[in-house]
Structure formats: C-alpha cells, structure tokens
Design a protein around this ligand. Sequence first.
Ligand code: LMR
Length: 329
Amino acid sequence: MLKTVAKSFVVALSVVFASVVWAEEIVIKFSHVVAENTPKGQGAELFKKLVDERLAGKVKVEVFPNAQLFGDKDELLALLKNDVQLIAPALSKFEKYTKVLQIYDLPFLFDNMAAVDCFQQTPEGQAMLKSMESKGILGLAYWHNDMKQLSGPKPLKTPADAAGLKFRIMSSDVLQSQFEAVKANPQKLAFSEVYMALQTGTVDGQENSWSNIFSQKFYEVQPYIMESNHGLLDYMVVTNAKFWNGLPPDIRDELQKAMAEATAEANKIAAEKSAHDKQAIIDSGKTQVLELTPEEKAAWREVMKPVWDKFSGEIGADNIAAAAACNKS
Ligand code: LMR
C-alpha cells in the first residue's frame, strides 16, 4: 500500500515537473552577419514579429545582426552546438557540409531571380534543403538577396581587365575557380573583414549584391561597379536538426507557418531593396556604375563557363540541367 502511494506520488511529481519544463519559454537565437536594413536582416525581423504575435509566452526569437554574436567563421559550428538555433548563411558557405549547394555559385547559371525561384521549387531544389540533415543541419527556407555585381579599382569590361587583381570571395571553391578562370587572384575572407580589406588594398575588388555593397559602404572604397549579374547571392535559413525535431509538434507547425510567411514577404522585400540600393549607390556619386553590353557579358560567360564542368560531378549533372531549364520558363 505504502509502496503504491509512493509510486503515485513520484508519477504525479514527474507530471508536474514535465509541465513546468514544457511551460518554459523556448528561446530561438537567430544570428546573421549583415545589417538590419538588408533583405536577410528584414526577413529575420519579420520572422521574429510573426512569432511574437502568435507564440507569445511560448517562444521568443532574439535576432543578432552584423556578426555581433557569431560571424562567418563560427556560425555553423555555433548552430551545431545549439548555441544559436537559426542562421541564414549565403549558399556559398555550406561547402564543408554538402557539395550540392555549390550549384548556386556556378557563374551565369541563372538568368534572373525568376529562374532561381523556379529551380528552388523543383524536387531537386527542395531536396537540397535536406542535404545536410545527416550532419545535423536542416534547411527551412531559401531567402533571396539578388544577383551579384563585380566591383573594382578600374572598369572591368572584359575578363582581361580582371587578370592579376585580387578579389575577395566567400568561402567557396566554385567562386575560387570562377576568378581563376579570368586569371585573377581570389582571396577567401569573412564578410565582416571585407570593407577594411578593400580600404587598405589587401584586396582590389569583390563581388556582391547591391544591398550588401550599399549597407557595407563598399561603394565608397570601390571606384567602379560593373552591373554584371554574373552570379547569385542567396541564403538558406537553417536550424539545428535535433533542436527542431525535438520541438513540441504544435509549436513546430506554427514556427513553420511563420517561416513560410516571412520567406514570401522577405523575398519580395529583397527585390525592392535591391532596386532601391542600386539607385542610392548611383545617386551617391561616389562610384561609377557601368553596364556591360551583351557582347561584353558573353565574353565573361564564355571564359567562366568551364567552371560548370569542373564541378558538375560533385553537384550532379541532373541538378544543373534542372536549374538551366528554369531559364526558359
Ligand atoms: C558575403 O559574405 O558577402 C555575404 O554572404 C554576406 C551575406 O550574408 O549577405
């Protein structure tokens, strides 16, 4: 009898304890490396706002912009340690964990953002969100920035103009090959170090989206920007798979809905921001924005295109074909 009472007491205690544990607010730290006033910065704020509205008291999202918590070098490790629960690195920064995402760095693969959207909706593009799950990293969404532009100390109209110059790149072997194809010297550098490197001449040029060139003030230290649209800057919002799969299902569903809504809105904002920031750079008068003629662009494409073949084994020829097909839709 005594034993039964004691047993029931222990059971009751553990129920109380469990409900106390579940009742605790779940904190999601969302760390990123760009300014708040950028597509990714706005997307993170939007997600936070939706979660605050819908899961108040249950989940709290804390956003840390500008690499103030973790930068390029440590954010993926921090995610794996569950020190942060959401990050959104550029797709170029996952190379250590999967090779298939290298597809997004292939030069001149996507004609425009509509083609990017199209590919990301294909089974191939969707499967890539799960390409790192076995390593503990789960993709929740693709977020856009825009196409990349090339900036430097002189007009870069032809590939020969870039030869011998040092270009900052993200940590991607595809981007390294892209610049080696034009006989330039690529240097892998963390985003937070780029402005200083351009200012001091450690590197001569770089490639980035209008919004990053604007918000980081790269245009103040780069006399020329080519409107090359030669590559893509896009993100994957990723979470710690164990953390995410361990969430109470109803909370996870709500978070997934909020992420889908924030994604749709953030991707709209990205297009608007890009156009706005491009104009602001032109209006600043601090740099010259030059267009490439179709012939000039074709010359860049021709020199860089062999990079596709070099990486197609790792990326998968089927994936590349699915992406290329999106240019026609
Ligand atoms: C870069 O390193 O240039 C970008 O990936 C930064 C960012 O997150 O937009």
